[in-house]
Design a protein around this ligand. Sequence first.
Ligand SMILES: *[C@@H]1O[C@H](CO)[C@@H](O)[C@H](O)[C@H]1NC(C)=O
Ligand SMILES: *[C@@H]1O[C@H](CO)[C@@H](O)[C@H](O)[C@H]1NC(C)=O
Ligand SMILES: *[C@@H]1O[C@H](CO)[C@@H](O)[C@H](O)[C@H]1NC(C)=O
Length: 170
Amino acid sequence: MLQFSFEVGILAIFGHLDAKYKEELNKNYSIVEKGYNSFPTNLPGTAYYKAMVARRKLNQILREIISERKEKKTVEKDLLCHLLNFKDEKGKNLTEDQIADNVIGVLFAAQDTTASALTWILKYLSDDQKLLETVKAEQRTIYESNGGKKPLTWAQTRNMSLTYRVIFSA
Ligand SMILES: *[C@@H]1O[C@H](CO)[C@@H](O)[C@H](O)[C@H]1NC(C)=O
Ligand SMILES: *[C@@H]1O[C@H](CO)[C@@H](O)[C@H](O)[C@H]1NC(C)=O
Ligand SMILES: *[C@@H]1O[C@H](CO)[C@@H](O)[C@H](O)[C@H]1NC(C)=O
């Protein structure tokens, strides 16, 4: 579930992201996560120290992604693009560090909460086979109506009444 919500988070933030960057982000990110609640000692070898190093690596990776994105000059509908184009009242843009902080914050916030909610939903569903089958049938109908190829539309995600009831009661 953690991996799955990481993928979804990456997709929402970056749209399509090169596998190389995804891997580097994922690895450095899990080091940060491990050291996140550890005792703050700045001695090499401690979880805290490793987390601080990995946190700086995350910024480096993000800076690379940002500079590539700027070169390409493509307009995407993802969070990174919104942050890159953001201007405050005075017309000032965000610095790259501010953008990196925002992205890492969102990734952190989205991953743990989403993963634990998903885990409970799956547990709840596997305890109730009849409900599980009805949810699967609802999802299958939508999947098949897209010929198994077309991506989900926004309207379709709003039209999963049974799935929604399960998510909200979990
Ligand atoms: C962390 O990111 C750097 C790039 O800044 C990369 O070279 C390194 O392999 C990553 N660390 C791990 C453990 O993957
Ligand atoms: C913000 O604007 C300055 C000046 O136009 C530019 O040099 C800088 O690269 C911009 N920052 C980002 C993150 O786009
Ligand atoms: C919503 O779902 C119902 C029942 O599955 C279906 O008949 C209807 O066409 C769907 N509407 C949209 C907008 O997908």
